[in-house]
Design a protein around this ligand. Sequence first.
Ligand code: AMP
Length: 131
Amino acid sequence: MATIFSRIAAGEIPSHKVAEDEEFYAFLDINPVAVGHTLVIPKAEVDYIFDIDDAKLGRMMAFAKRVARAQEAAIPCKRVGLAVMGLEVPHAHIHLIPITKESDMYFGGAKLSLTQDELAEIAARIRKEYK
Ligand code: AMP
Protein backbone atom coordinates (compact mmCIF):
# COMPACT_ATOMS: atom_id res chain seq x y z
CA MET A 1 0.00 0.00 0.00
CA ALA A 2 1.26 3.46 -0.89
CA THR A 3 2.43 5.66 1.98
CA ILE A 4 0.52 8.83 2.79
CA PHE A 5 3.48 10.80 1.40
CA SER A 6 3.38 8.90 -1.94
CA ARG A 7 -0.29 9.79 -2.16
CA ILE A 8 0.54 13.43 -1.41
CA ALA A 9 3.22 13.52 -4.13
CA ALA A 10 0.74 11.92 -6.57
CA GLY A 11 -1.84 14.60 -5.75
CA GLU A 12 -4.31 12.08 -4.31
CA ILE A 13 -4.18 13.72 -0.88
CA PRO A 14 -4.07 17.51 -0.64
CA SER A 15 -0.94 19.28 0.58
CA HIS A 16 0.44 22.78 0.69
CA LYS A 17 3.02 22.35 -2.05
CA VAL A 18 6.19 24.39 -1.89
CA ALA A 19 8.22 22.96 -4.80
CA GLU A 20 8.69 19.89 -6.96
CA ASP A 21 10.85 18.42 -9.69
CA GLU A 22 10.82 15.03 -11.44
CA GLU A 23 12.19 13.18 -8.42
CA PHE A 24 11.30 15.18 -5.32
CA TYR A 25 8.37 16.98 -3.74
CA ALA A 26 8.30 19.62 -0.97
CA PHE A 27 5.24 20.57 1.08
CA LEU A 28 4.37 22.15 4.40
CA ASP A 29 4.28 19.96 7.49
CA ILE A 30 0.69 19.81 8.68
CA ASN A 31 1.80 20.15 12.35
CA PRO A 32 4.60 22.70 12.06
CA VAL A 33 7.09 23.34 14.84
CA ALA A 34 7.85 26.73 13.24
CA VAL A 35 6.35 28.88 10.49
CA GLY A 36 7.41 27.53 7.09
CA HIS A 37 8.27 24.01 8.39
CA THR A 38 8.59 22.01 5.18
CA LEU A 39 9.10 18.34 4.32
CA VAL A 40 11.14 17.17 1.32
CA ILE A 41 10.41 13.67 0.05
CA PRO A 42 11.50 11.51 -2.88
CA LYS A 43 8.50 10.71 -5.09
CA ALA A 44 9.61 7.09 -5.32
CA GLU A 45 8.82 5.30 -2.12
CA VAL A 46 11.64 4.41 0.26
CA ASP A 47 11.34 4.22 4.03
CA TYR A 48 14.81 4.95 5.37
CA ILE A 49 16.70 7.94 3.98
CA PHE A 50 20.05 6.16 4.24
CA ASP A 51 18.79 3.41 1.91
CA ILE A 52 18.75 6.00 -0.90
CA ASP A 53 21.75 5.62 -3.19
CA ASP A 54 24.51 8.22 -2.94
CA ALA A 55 23.82 10.01 -6.22
CA LYS A 56 20.11 10.38 -5.55
CA LEU A 57 20.72 11.43 -1.95
CA GLY A 58 22.99 14.15 -3.32
CA ARG A 59 20.24 15.31 -5.68
CA MET A 60 17.75 15.25 -2.80
CA MET A 61 20.02 17.47 -0.72
CA ALA A 62 20.52 19.85 -3.67
CA PHE A 63 16.73 20.05 -4.06
CA ALA A 64 16.38 20.68 -0.29
CA LYS A 65 18.96 23.44 -0.59
CA ARG A 66 16.91 25.23 -3.25
CA VAL A 67 13.83 24.92 -1.03
CA ALA A 68 15.81 26.28 1.95
CA ARG A 69 16.93 29.29 -0.12
CA ALA A 70 13.27 30.01 -0.89
CA GLN A 71 12.34 29.64 2.80
CA GLU A 72 15.14 32.05 3.79
CA ALA A 73 13.79 34.61 1.32
CA ALA A 74 10.15 34.16 2.33
CA ILE A 75 10.23 33.62 6.11
CA PRO A 76 12.02 35.86 8.62
CA CYS A 77 14.67 33.58 10.19
CA LYS A 78 18.39 33.31 10.89
CA ARG A 79 18.80 30.12 8.88
CA VAL A 80 17.05 26.93 7.90
CA GLY A 81 17.63 23.93 10.14
CA LEU A 82 17.49 20.37 8.85
CA ALA A 83 16.34 17.23 10.64
CA VAL A 84 15.63 13.64 9.70
CA MET A 85 13.72 11.28 11.98
CA GLY A 86 11.16 9.24 10.12
CA LEU A 87 9.70 7.59 13.20
CA GLU A 88 6.12 8.43 12.26
CA VAL A 89 5.80 8.14 8.48
CA PRO A 90 7.71 5.29 6.74
CA HIS A 91 8.61 7.38 3.69
CA ALA A 92 11.96 9.18 3.77
CA HIS A 93 11.65 12.90 4.45
CA ILE A 94 13.84 15.83 5.40
CA HIS A 95 12.39 18.45 7.75
CA LEU A 96 13.46 21.98 6.72
CA ILE A 97 12.69 24.46 9.48
CA PRO A 98 13.23 28.24 9.43
CA ILE A 99 14.79 29.03 12.83
CA THR A 100 16.02 31.96 14.85
CA LYS A 101 16.89 30.02 18.00
CA GLU A 102 17.66 26.45 18.96
CA SER A 103 14.29 25.83 20.60
CA ASP A 104 12.54 26.51 17.26
CA MET A 105 13.56 22.97 16.31
CA TYR A 106 12.06 21.28 19.34
CA PHE A 107 9.81 18.44 18.16
CA GLY A 108 8.59 17.29 21.57
CA GLY A 109 6.44 20.27 22.45
CA ALA A 110 3.22 21.89 21.31
CA LYS A 111 2.96 22.45 17.57
CA LEU A 112 1.82 25.71 15.99
CA SER A 113 -1.87 25.85 15.28
CA LEU A 114 -2.20 27.45 11.87
CA THR A 115 -5.36 27.53 9.78
CA GLN A 116 -5.48 26.04 6.29
CA ASP A 117 -5.63 29.61 4.93
CA GLU A 118 -2.50 30.56 6.86
CA LEU A 119 -0.67 27.44 5.63
CA ALA A 120 -1.76 28.20 2.06
CA GLU A 121 -0.44 31.74 2.35
CA ILE A 122 2.92 30.58 3.78
CA ALA A 123 3.30 27.94 1.04
CA ALA A 124 2.53 30.54 -1.64
CA ARG A 125 5.16 32.87 -0.20
CA ILE A 126 7.85 30.16 -0.28
CA ARG A 127 6.76 28.90 -3.72
CA LYS A 128 7.17 32.42 -5.13
CA GLU A 129 10.82 32.48 -4.02
CA TYR A 130 11.66 28.98 -5.31
CA LYS A 131 14.06 29.08 -8.24
P1 AMP B 1 8.65 11.86 11.43
O1 AMP B 1 8.24 10.62 10.63
O2 AMP B 1 8.91 11.53 12.87
O3 AMP B 1 9.78 12.60 10.81
O4 AMP B 1 7.37 12.83 11.43
C1 AMP B 1 6.48 12.89 10.36
C2 AMP B 1 6.05 14.32 10.09
O5 AMP B 1 5.10 14.30 9.04
C3 AMP B 1 5.40 15.03 11.28
O6 AMP B 1 6.08 16.27 11.51
C4 AMP B 1 3.95 15.24 10.83
O7 AMP B 1 3.39 16.44 11.31
C5 AMP B 1 4.09 15.24 9.31
N1 AMP B 1 2.88 14.80 8.60
C6 AMP B 1 2.16 13.67 8.81
N2 AMP B 1 1.12 13.60 7.95
C7 AMP B 1 1.19 14.72 7.18
C8 AMP B 1 0.40 15.23 6.12
N3 AMP B 1 -0.67 14.58 5.65
N4 AMP B 1 0.75 16.42 5.56
C9 AMP B 1 1.83 17.08 6.01
N5 AMP B 1 2.64 16.65 7.01
C10 AMP B 1 2.31 15.49 7.60
